[in-house]
Design a binder for this molecule. Sequence first.
Ligand code: ADP
Length: 401
Amino acid sequence: MRQTLTDKRGHPLKQMSLQKRVELRKLYKAQMPKWRHPVTGYLASIPTVGLGLLIVVFAKMILSNDFVFPGMLMVLSVLVVSLFWGVGPALFSVALGAAALDYFYLPPVEQFDITTSRGLVQVLPFAVVGCIIAFITAQREAARMRALIAEEEAIERADELEKVNKQLEQADHLKDQFLSMASHELKTPITTIRGQAQIALRRMSKQGDLSKEQATTSEALRKIDEQTQRLNSLVDDLLDLSSIRAGKVGLQLQQCDLVEVCREVVEDQRLLTNRVIELQKPGGAVTLRGDCNRLGQVVVNLVSNALKYSAEEQPVCVRLQRDDAMAVITVRDYGKGIAEDQQKQIFEPFYRTPDAQTSSKRGMGLGLAICKDIVERHSGRIWCDSTPGEGTIFTIELPLR
Ligand code: ADP
C-alpha cells in the first residue's frame, strides 16, 4: 500500500503530479540556450565524432605501436558532447564513435576472428567508457531536475505560506479591531457606574452618622468604586495595547524631568499602598525630550509590579542615575523573582509566569508589553535581571539626546 507522506502536524504533504514534472522538464529545456538543445546535440555529434576519429588516426600515425589504445582518444568527443548536450546525444556519439572505430579497426564480419582480432580491444573499452560517461551525465541531469523540482516545490510552499500568513494577519487585525471597539464600548458604562457610585458615596459621607443599613450600602458602593476603578485600568491597558498594535500610540513630546516623574510615582504609590518605597535620585534634574505621562506610566507599572510580586514587609527601591548620554531607572524588589527562561517572555502581551498565574495576584500580562513599547518609542531599552528567590531588578535605559 502506498504510504502518504505527512508534515510535522500530520497534514498530508502534496506530491508533485506527473504532469507537473513533465511541465518542469519542458521548462528545464526551455531555459537552455538554443545551441544546447538535444537536437543540436545529435547534429553536433557527427562532426565531433569525425574530429575524434581524426585525432585517433593522427595519434596512430605519429605514436609508436606501443600506444595500444589509440581508439580511446575517441572518448574525448563523447566527453564534449555529454558536457554540452546531455545524455541522449552522448549515447548517440558513443554509437557513432563505436561504428567509426569498428570501420577502422575491425575486419569485415566474414574475416572476423574473436581470438586474433586486436581491433576489438580498441572498440570495446571505448564503448564501455563512453557508456559510463553517458551514465554519469544522466545522473547529473537527474540531480539538476531534482533541484529544479525542489525549487519549484519551495516556491509553491512559500506561496501557500504567504496566503496563510495573510489570513492570519487578517484574523489578527479583526481581533485587534474587536479589542479596540469592545474596550471603547466598555469605557462609557464603566465611567457612568463609577461616577454614580462616587456621587452616592459623597452624599452618604455628608449625612454624618449612618444607620446599619446605610453603612452596608456605603460599603457596597465603595466596593463598586474600587472594582470599577480596576476594570477601568484593565480597559485602559486593552486600549493601549490595541493602539500599540495599530501603531496609533502618539507621544506628546516635551521637556521631561525624570526626577520629577520618579518622585511623583513613588509618592503616589507610598500613599496608595503604605509600603516602603525608597527613591535614590541625583542632585539636579535629569531632563530629556519625551512624553512625561507615558514615562510616568512605565514607572508606575514597574513599581506596582514590584509591590504586587513581593511580600508586604519587603521594601521596593527606585533608583535614577544619569551619565553623559543616558538616564537609567532601576526598580528593585525582593520578591520571588522570575526564572531565566521566562525573563524575555514577560514582555510579550498576555504572558504571565506560571507563578503569577497560580498566585492570587491578578493581572492580564499587559503592563510590561506596554512599558516595552513606550520605552522603545523613546529609543530606549528595558530588561529584567532576576535571581529566583532573591528578587527582580527592572532596568530602563533612555537616551538623553
Ligand atoms: P500583570 O502583572 O498584569 O500580569 P505584566 O505585564 O505587568 O502583567 O507582567 C507580566 C508578568 O511578569 C507578570 O504576570 C508576572 O508573572 C511577571 N512579573 C512582572 N513583574 C514582576 C516582578 N517584579 N516580580 C516577579 N514577576 C514579575
